[in-house]
Unconditional design. Structure first.
Ligand code: NAI
Length: 317
């Protein structure tokens, strides 16, 4: 098989001045992509800014014979970052939303400012850069977007309420963009990485960090950005060479008959069926998820209303 390449493709990698973003940028550039290396250059807590982080990675890419330009805007200003891509390379094909900060603190002690800055950088930032690139991708009928969530968001983690909420918000954004982009050949996937970086160096022992190289995350990201990859709406856990896909799982559940009142005692009695995963399903979109409910509601023999049109009931556009 010939090497997969990105010749002629333009990629924006946010937060690419260090850690995972730097590795993604180097990986794409090594395979021929022209890269906008975005980084605000602030601290891990989101304070300050500097051009040096992005500049250093641009130099690294150029030294290896690749093409890259630096951008120092915050991801909250997606328009400026996309403009850098347009000014330098004329278009944008790939957006890797990776920039991030931490303001870890227990919920009890969390301030509104701790909450707001994490939402702004992670959730608003991922939206802002994607939103600025979206019309360009739609127009050309091509786009690849990778979002960065976290195990903390998926599973919950002590002391990270702001981060968990923002990270799962990003997954919700990705799910919607995947649906809206599907018909325009814009594919949107999400990774939950684990890697040694300044965000993890204070919370993991050095021996563990040694084997958690950012370079073990970038091959998946690069594949998800490639034109031959038809995956969309996926969520992947990735780190130290491990790559796996996640999906939703729903129990078979219990349906109380329509038109007959039921109360919390009935719910308590049926709790076993409600929570039993032995005959689970894996809905992948709202139609699949709502189908069992709406088919009962629209079936007169089950006490439903025949006038409900399933198609209209589940379309939200
Ligand atoms: P890092 O701190 O090395 O890299 C993040 C980069 O984003 C930094 O260079 C920083 O300057 C930049 N940045 C921060 N705010 C910015 C803003 N407003 N605009 C532009 N750039 C900004 O950290 P790491 O670990 O490489 O993190 C990358 C992403 O991966 C983050 O979204 C993080 O939440 C996520 N992640 C990382 C994990 C890990 O194990 N390292 C685990 C789960 C998620």
């Amino acid at each position: 098989m010939a090497e997969l390449r990105f010749d002629g493709r333009v990629a924006i990698v946010t937060g690419a001045g260090g850690g995972l973003g730097r590795s993604h940028a180097l990986t794409l550039a090594a395979r021929g992509a022209k890269v906008v290396v975005n980084d605000l250059g602030g601290s891990a807590h989101g304070d300050g800014q500097s051009a040096s982080a992005a500049d250093k990675v641009v130099e690294e890419i150029r030294a290896l014979g690749g093409e890259a330009v630096a951008n120092y805007d915050s991801v909250e200003n997606g328009q400026a970052i996309v403009q850098s891509a347009l000014d330098a390379f004329g278009t944008v094909d790939i957006v890797i939303n990776n920039a991030g900060i931490l303001r870890d603190v227990s919920f009890q002690k969390m301030t509104q400012a701790d909450w707001d800055i994490v939402q702004r950088v992670h959730l608003n930032g991922s939206m802002s850069v994607s939103h600025a690139a979206w019309p360009i991708m739609r127009e050309k009928g091509y786009g690849r977007i990778v979002m960065t969530t976290s195990a903390a968001g998926i599973y919950g983690n002590f002391g990270q309420a702001n981060y968990c909420a923002a990270k799962l918000g990003i997954l919700g954004l990705a799910h919607c963009l995947a649906e809206e982009g599907r018909g325009k050949n814009i594919f949107v996937n999400t990774i939950a990485p684990i890697a040694a970086s300044r965000l993890t160096e204070t919370i993991m022992p050095p021996a563990l960090l040694e084997n958690l190289k950012p370079e073990a995350v970038s091959p998946l990201v690069a594949w998800l950005c490639h034109e031959e990859c038809e995956e969309t709406k996926g969520l992947f856990e990735v780190g130290a060479g491990f790559i796996a896909k996640l999906r939703w799982e729903r129990t078979a559940g219990h349906a109380f008959p329509l038109g007959r009142a039921f109360n919390m005692d009935d719910v308590a009695r049926k709790w076993g069926a409600v929570t039993d995963f032995s005959e689970s399903t894996h809905p992948t979109n709202t139609n699949e998820a709502l189908a069992p409910i709406l088919s009962a509601v629209s079936n007169p023999s089950l006490g439903g209303n025949e006038f409900i049109d399933l198609d209209t009931a589940t379309k939200t556009e």
